[in-house]
Design a protein around this ligand. Structure first.
Ligand code: HMG
Length: 440
C-alpha cells in the first residue's frame, strides 16, 4: 500500500501584528510576563483590511500550487476547515477556488469542494477526509487541497483576547508524500461540551478556565483510545509532539500530563522513583480526592525533573516557536506546530527521516484526536521552501489604537469601518467586498 500523507505545506500569516507584552499588557494593566511566561505568547497576527479567511487561504494555496507546479486539474478535492465562515450555504472552498482560477490557467470543475466545521479540530478532520478519499481509491490519481484558515477574534475585554490570531495553512494530501505519512490508527476523545461556542454570533462565548480542563480531559481520552488500537506509548517513541496550541501555556499543561501517562510502568518511572517516588495508583487511596491530591503532587515534582525538562525541550518547545509569535489560528494551529517542529529540526541539522511525530488535535465542543506520523526522506527539502520567518518579520506592528480599529473592522460589518490598509498588497488576492476577491 502506497503511503498517504502531507506532501507539501504553505503558510500565510495575517499581515498585522499586535505585540502582547509591550503594547497590549500596559493597556490592560497587566504584567508583561503574564503573556511572555504564563500564557506564552509575545505576538498575535491580525488580517490587514484587505485580508480575510478567503484571501489568506487562497494566498497560501496559490503559493503551494505555484511552488509544486500543480494546476487546478491536478486537484480532486478542496476542503476548507474554518470556524470563521461567513456564508451558511456556499462553502469557503468555492470562494478560494474562484480566486485560484483567476490566477491559474485552469478550473476546479471536476473537484469535490466542501467546508468542515468542528472548531479547531476541523483542519485535521479535513486531512482525514482526504486520506480516506485517497485510500478508498476515489481520487483518480489526483491530490487533495486542505486549507485551514481562521480569524480568531474574541470580544474586547474577554480573557481570550490575549490569545487572538489569524492565518492560513494550505496542505497537499497525496500518495507517496514528501513530508509525513499519516498513520491509519487514530484515537478519539469526544463529548458534547458548551465551554466555547459561537451560535450565530461573531465572538465566542467562552468559559476559559473550564475550556482548559475540557481540552485536557478529551486529550487524555484520545491518547487512551489511540493506545487501544496502536501501541502503548513511550515518551521516547517520538521525535516531536505537536499539539493544538491555543496558547503555549495550554500545551505546557498537556505535555506534562502526557509525559506522566506515557512514562507510567516504564524504566523512566523506575529511574525517577528514588527522586520523586512512584506514580500514585488510585487503588492505593481511600478516596478519589486523596488520590487526586497525590497525583497532583507527583506531577508538580515530575515537572522539575531533568528527565522531563530535557524531553520537553526536545519534543515540545520547538513546536511552539511560530505559535508564540502569532497566537491561536484555530484550525491551522496544530499544523503550524508541526511546521515549527520540522523547521527547528532542520535548523539543528537533525535528520528526522523515518522518525515519528505524535500529533494531538483538539476542537472545542469538544473533540480531541491523536495519530502518529512518519517523517519522509524528502522532508527537509520541502520544509526549506517555507518563508514563515520572513512573513512574520514583515508584519506591520500595530499601536493599541490601531489594534482597536482593526478589531472593529473585522466584525460582521467588515468594510464599513473607514480606515486605510496598513500594508501594500503585492502579488496576492485581496478582499474587495463580500463575494469578490481580486488579485492585486
Ligand atoms: P486569564 O484568566 O486571563 O489568565 O486567561 P490566567 O490568570 O489564568 O493566567 C494565565 C497563566 O499566566 C497562568 O499560568 C498564570 O499563573 C500565569 P497557569 O497557572 O495556567 O500555569 N501568569 C503569570 N506568569 C508569569 N508572570 C506573571 C503572570 N501572571 C499570570 N506575572 C484563559 C487564561 C485560558 C482563561 C484565557 O486566555 C482564555 O479564555 N482563552 C480562550 C480559551 C482558550 O484558549 N482555551 C484553551 C483550551 S480550549 C481550546 O484550545 C479550543 C480553542 O482553540 C477554540 C476551538 O477549538 O475552536 C480555544
Amino acid at each position: 500500500m502506497e503511503p498517504v500523507g502531507i506532501d507539501a505545506v504553505e503558510v500565510w500569516t495575517g499581515k498585522l501584528k499586535l505585540d502582547l507584552p509591550d503594547t497590549f499588557a500596559p493597556q490592560k494593566g497587566e504584567d508583561p510576563d503574564k503573556y511572555r511566561k504564563g500564557i506564552g505568547l509575545v505576538g498575535s497576527s491580525f488580517p490587514d483590511l484587505h485580508e480575510d479567511i478567503v484571501t489568506m487561504g487562497a494566498n497560501a494555496a496559490k503559493r503551494l500550487m505555484d511552488r509544486t507546479g500543480l494546476t487546478p486539474e491536478d486537484i480532486g478535492r478542496i476542503d476548507v476547515a474554518t470556524e470563521s465562515a461567513f456564508d451558511n450555504s456556499k462553502p469557503v472552498s468555492t470562494y478560494v477556488a474562484g480566486c485560484l482560477e483567476q490566477y491559474f490557467d485552469g478550473e476546479f470543475r471536476h473537484a469535490n469542494k466542501g467546508e468542515r466545521k468542528f472548531a479547531c479540530v476541523a483542519g485535521t478532520q479535513s486531512i482525514d477526509d482526504a486520506y480516506n478519499w485517497i485510500r478508498a481509491g476515489r481520487n483518480r490519481g489526483r491530490a487533495a487541497l486542505v486549507i485551514a484558515t481562521d480569524t480568531a477574534l474574541y470580544a474586547r475585554g474577554d480573557p481570550g483576547e490575549a490569545t487572538q490570531g489569524a492565518g492560513a495553512v494550505a496542505m497537499l494530501i497525496d500518495e507517496d508524500p514528501d513530508l509525513v505519512e499519516i498513520s491509519t490508527e487514530q484515537g478519539y476523545g469526544s463529548m458534547d461540551e458548551t465551554d466555547f461556542l459561537k451560535p450565530n454570533q461573531q465572538f465566542p462565548s467562552v468559559d476559559g478556565k473550564r475550556s482548559v480542563q475540557v481540552y485536557l480531559s478529551r486529550m487524555r481520552e484520545a491518547v487512551e483510545d489511540f493506545e487501544s488500537v496502536a501501541w502503548d506509548l513511550h515518551p521516547d517513541d517520538f521525535a516531536s509532539v505537536p499539539f493544538h496550541t491555543p496558547f503555549p501555556g495550554m500545551v505546557r499543561k498537556a505535555a506534562l500530563l502526557g509525559y506522566r501517562h506515557m512514562s507510567r510502568d516504564t524504566e523512566i518511572e523506575d529511574a525517577l522513583a528514588g527522586e520523586i517516588g512512584r506514580q500514585p495508583r488510585e487503588a492505593d487511596y481511600a478516596s478519589r480526592e486523596a488520590y487526586e491530591e497525590a497525583i497532583s503532587e507527583y506531577t508538580d515534582a515530575l515537572k522539575q525533573t531533568e528527565q522531563y525538562q530535557s524531553w520537553y525541550d526536545r519534543t515540545i518547545e520547538p513546536t511552539l516557536t511560530i505559535s508564540r509569535q502569532v497566537g491561536n489560528w484555530y484550525t491551522g494551529s496544530v499544523h503550524i506546530a508541526r511546521i515549527a517542529a520540522l523547521q527547528y529540526a532542520a535548523e539543528e541539522d537533525r535528520n528526522l527521516a523515518g522518525e515519528k511525530l505524535l500529533v494531538g488535535s483538539y476542537g472545542s465542543g469538544a473533540q480531541a484526536e491523536i495519530h502518529a506520523e512518519t517523517v519522509q526522506p524528502n522532508w527537509e527539502t520541502e520544509i526549506a521552501q517555507l518563508n514563515v520567518d520572513a512573513q512574520l518579520r514583515a508584519r506591520y506592528d500595530l499601536s493599541y489604537s490601531e489594534y482597536e480599529q482593526v478589531h472593529d473592522s473585522h466584525n460582521h460589518e467588515k468594510g464599513t469601518v473607514d480606515i486605510d490598509d496598513f500594508t501594500e498588497p503585492s502579488d496576492e488576492f485581496v478582499f474587495t467586498g463580500w463575494g469578490r476577491m481580486n488579485e492585486r
